[in-house]
Design a protein around this ligand. Structure first.
Ligand code: HEM
Length: 219
């Protein structure tokens, strides 16, 4: 029954061909440094799932943000686990994607024909850091408030456009409800949309081109 339905769908969607080229493609013999990209992908998916769950209770306003985060950690069933996975996942994603990038540099995997894969990776790393920066403010506690005060001040020392960047980031001179709304909007809408787009490009190219061999290794 299930096989007949799968065949019925395949005749209309051609999904078996897509499945074959993604999951049954031939890969070269590699070593344990190569799955760092897949590990980054796994943690990125963890961030998406746990992030969506956190938005069920989190409220991005100065009078609610801190309380709702406390409520998630203390009262919501498994809330501490979801928040913990999201919190530690953020750091793990930075570490894993940097290690993955170092692997790519070390084996020269950024060279022809993988330049666009590399550029999309650079974009992904910038987004991962952007997630960290915007997410840090969301608990709206003392650490979050002062870290963002310092972080936005650092941006202010950019030559010529520094003051403008500070105003855009904060939505005014000070850190206010506008800043929190802005960071939340970036964290849950703008950055995820950009990330999804870059991930699709990155993964499409990996499937299309195939992953590189270890230099000098015969397959
Ligand atoms: C969220 C971050 C990222 C995710 C989820 C991700 C995911 C992946 C995956 C699953 C692969 C397949 C092969 C492998 O695992 O090595 C890959 C390959 C690749 N990635 Fe990433 N990546 C990320 C960040 C980056 C960064 C920061 C760079 C470089 C600046 C980069 C450049 C590349 C390149 C050039 C390849 C092709 C490697 C080869 O063919 O050997 N990626 N990526």
């Amino acid at each position: 029954m299930a096989t007949r339905f799968a065949t019925w769908l395949d005749e209309r969607l051609g999904w078996r061909g897509v499945w074959r080229s993604i999951f049954l493609r031939k890969v070269p013999k590699v070593n344990w440094l190569y799955p760092l990209g897949s590990a980054s992908l796994f943690v990125a998916i963890n961030q998406i799932v746990t992030g969506i769950l956190l938005t069920i209770y989190y409220v991005p306003t100065p009078d609610q943000a801190y309380q709702t985060v406390q409520y998630i950690s203390g009262e919501v069933p498994a809330g501490w686990l979801i928040r913990g996975l999201h919190h530690w996942g953020a750091s793990a994603l930075v570490v894993l994607s940097v290690l993955h990038m170092l692997r790519v540099i070390f084996y020269g995997s950024y060279k022809f024909p993988r330049e666009v894969t590399w550029f999309s990776g650079v974009g992904l790393l910038i987004l991962v850091l952007g997630f960290g920066f915007t997410g840090y403010l969301l608990p709206w506690d003392q650490k979050a408030y002062w870290a963002t005060t310092v972080g936005t001040r650092i941006a202010e020392v950019t030559p010529i456009v520094g003051q403008w960047i500070l105003l855009v980031l904060r939505g005014g001179e000070e850190l206010t409800a506008v800043t929190l709304a802005r960071f939340y909007g970036m964290h849950v809408w703008a950055l995820p949309a950009a990330m999804l787009l870059l991930l699709l490009i990155h993964l499409y190219l990996i499937v299309r081109i195939g992953i590189s061999q270890i230099p000098g290794e015969k397959d």
